[in-house]
Design a protein around this ligand. Structure first.
Ligand code: NAD
Length: 442
C-alpha cells in the first residue's frame, strides 16, 4: 500500500471558492481547513461547481443565549449552537459538544464532517452539530440538568425526530441525552411518533441502543482490522498509543486490546503516561472514570509530551480534540498508521509532514463513523419500537464499516490519491448521485 501517491497535499490552503464565499483568510481556521480538504477531493473527481458551493456552506447556523439559575440562586447566561450543514440525504444528524471553548467555526466544521461521514458510511442522514459553551466539570449535576433542559427548550423548534437528531460528543453523555429526550417529549405534541427519537446516545433504559456507547471505538477497530493487513500489519501483533481517553479513546483502547494489540502510551488533558510492557486498557478506563484523567495512574510512568509522541508504536489513535497533530507533533509521532478517532485531529500542515514521512492516515470520516452508524440503528429501533440485541448491532455496524472502507479503497485506486481524499470522494460521489436525481428546487 502506498502513501500519498499523488504527492499532493490532502487539502488546499487556497481555493477560488474561499474567495467566492468569503471564507476567513486565516489558514489556521478549522472550517477553512476542513472544507479545503473536501475541495481538493472535489477537484480531483471533477465535482460540479454548484455542489462545491452548496457543500462549502452550512444551510443553517443557529445561535441561542439562554438564562439558567445556578445552585447559589444567581442566574447566568449561556451560549448554545446548532449548525445544520446539509440534509440532502436525510435529516440533519450530529453531536452536541459541551465545552468551555466551543466556537461557531468549530461547530460548522464538525457539522460539515457529519455530512461527509454519513454519506460515506451509507446512512440516510445529512450533517449537523451543536453545543453549549460550558465546562461540564465545573457544574453540579443539578446545574447541568437545568442547563441542558433549558438549551433543549431554546432549540426545540429547530430539531425533531424527522428533521434534526442530535447525539453526544465531547463533554456530553447519555444522561444529558436522556434529559434532552425527556424535555423534548414534554414540549412536543403527543402524536403517533416516538418523540424520544429526537436524540440518540440515550441510556439503554430509556430508548438507547445496545452497543452505542462503544460504537465509535468499535468502528475505529473495525476499520483498523479491515485496513491494517494492506499495510502488512497484523492487528493482533500491533502496539498502539492513544491521545484522549474519553469515550472514543477508551473504547478504541479496550476493543483493540481485546483483539490482541498492546497499548503502551496514553495522554489526556491531565497528563502523559507510558509503559513499554503494556497498559491494561480496561483497568485504565476504570481509573479514569474514578479520577477524571490518566495522571497518577500507578501502573505506568508519567512522561513528557515529547516522550509520549516519540514512543514507537504501530498505530497512533488521536481521540481528543481537533487540530492537535500539527507540524511539531507530526514530526515527533513514531508510528506506521494514524487512526483518526477524533474529528479533524490532523491539520493540513501536520498531514503534509506525515505524508512526507510515509505515515498512513486513516481519516476521521471513515475511522470514527461507527458512532453515527449505531446512532442510526438506535433511531430505527425507536421509530419502529424495537430493541435489537448486541450481536445484531455489532454485525450490522461491521458491515457498514467494511463497505465504507471498500469505497475508500476503490476511490484511492481510481484516482491514485491519499486515503483522506479517497474518503471524501466516496462521500461526495453519493451526494452527487442524490443531487443529480433530485435537482435543485425550484
Ligand atoms: P470525551 O469528552 O469522552 O473525551 C475527550 C478526551 O479528550 C478526554 O480524555 C480529554 O481528557 C481529552 N482531551 C481534551 N482536551 C485535551 C488536551 N488539550 N490534550 C489532551 N487530551 C485532551 O469525548 P469523545 O466523545 O471521546 O470525543 C473525542 C473525539 O471524538 C472528538 O473529536 C469527537 O468529536 C470525536 N467523536 C466522538 C464520537 C462519539 O460517539 N462520542 C463520535 C465520532 C467522533
Amino acid at each position: 500500500m502506498s502513501t500519498s501517491t499523488t504527492g499532493k497535499p490532502a487539502s488546499q490552503d487556497t481555493h477560488p471558492i474561499f474567495e467566492e464565499l468569503g471564507f476567513p483568510t486565516d489558514p489556521n481556521n478549522l472550517y477553512r481547513q476542513t472544507v479545503g480538504s473536501m475541495l481538493h477531493a472535489a477537484d480531483t473527481m471533477g465535482l460540479p461547481h454548484y455542489l462545491k458551493i452548496i457543500l462549502a456552506q452550512p444551510k443553517n447556523e443557529i445561535m441561542v443565549h439562554f438564562p439558567v439559575k445556578m445552585d447559589d440562586g444567581r442566574h447566568r447566561i449561556f451560549k448554545g449552537y446548532r449548525v445544520q450543514h446539509n440534509n440532502g440525504l436525510g435529516p440533519f444528524k450530529g453531536g452536541l459538544r459541551f465545552h468551555h471553548d466551543v466556537h461557531l467555526d468549530d461547530v460548522k466544521s464538525l457539522a460539515f464532517l457529519m455530512t461527509m461521514k454519513c454519506s460515506l458510511v451509507g446512512v440516510p442522514y445529512g450533517g449537523g452539530k451543536g453545543g453549549i459553551k460550558v465546562d461540564p466539570r465545573k457544574h453540579s449535576r443539578n446545574e447541568m440538568e437545568r442547563i441542558v433542559r433549558r438549551f433543549t427548550a431554546a432549540i426545540a423548534h429547530n430539531i425533531g425526530p424527522d428533521y434534526d437528531i442530535p447525539a453526544p460528543d465531547v463533554g456530553s453523555n447519555s444522561q444529558h441525552m436522556a434529559w434532552i429526550a425527556d424535555t423534548y417529549t414534554f414540549l412536543s405534541e403527543i402524536g403517533g411518533d416516538n418523540p424520544a427519537a429526537v436524540i440518540t446516545g440515550k441510556p439503554v433504559e430509556y430508548g438507547g441502543s445496545l452497543g452505542r456507547e462503544k460504537a465509535t471505538g468499535q468502528g475505529v477497530v473495525d476499520t483498523l482490522i479491515e485496513m491494517l493487513p494492506e499495510l502488512n500489519l497484523k492487528p493482533e501483533q500491533c502496539t498502539f498509543s492513544v491521545l484522549g481517553y474519553g469515550n472514543v479513546g477508551s473504547w478504541s483502547g479496550k476493543i483493540f486490546q481485546d483483539k490482541g494489540a498492546k497499548m503502551i502510551a496514553v495522554a489526556d488533558h491531565t497528563g502523559f503516561i507510558k509503559n513499554d510492557k503494556g497498559i491494561d486498557a480496561h483497568d485504565l478506563a476504570v481509573y479514569v472514570t474514578q479520577k477524571g484523567g490518566v495522571a497518577g495512574y500507578a501502573k505506568a510512568s508519567a512522561c513528557t509530551k515529547e516522550e509520549f509522541y516519540k514512543t514507537k508504536v504501530d498505530v497512533f489513535i488521536p481521540a481528543a480534540l481537533e487540530q492537535m497533530i500539527q507540524e511539531t507533533e507530526a514530526e515527533m509521532v513514531n508510528c506506521r498508521v494514524v487512526a483518526e478517532g477524533a474529528n479533524a485531529p490532523t491539520t493540513p500542515g501536520g498531514e503534509r509532514v506525515l505524508q512526507k514521512r510515509g505515515i498512513e492516515v486513516l481519516p476521521a470520516i471513515l475511522c470514527n463513523a461507527g458512532g453515527v452508524t449505531v446512532s442510526y440503528f438506535e433511531w430505527v429501533q425507536n421509530k419502529t419500537f424495537q430493541a435489537w440485541d448486541l450481536d445484531q448491532v455489532d454485525s450490522l455496524l461491521n458491515k457498514h464499516m467494511i463497505q465504507a472502507a471498500g469505497k475508500v479503497r476503490v476511490a484511492r485506486k481510481k484516482y491514485g490519491c491519499d486515503l483522506r481524499t479517497a474518503a471524501y470522494i466516496g462521500a461526495l460521489q453519493r451526494l452527487q448521485d442524490a443531487y443529480e436525481v433530485r435537482g435543485i428546487f425550484p
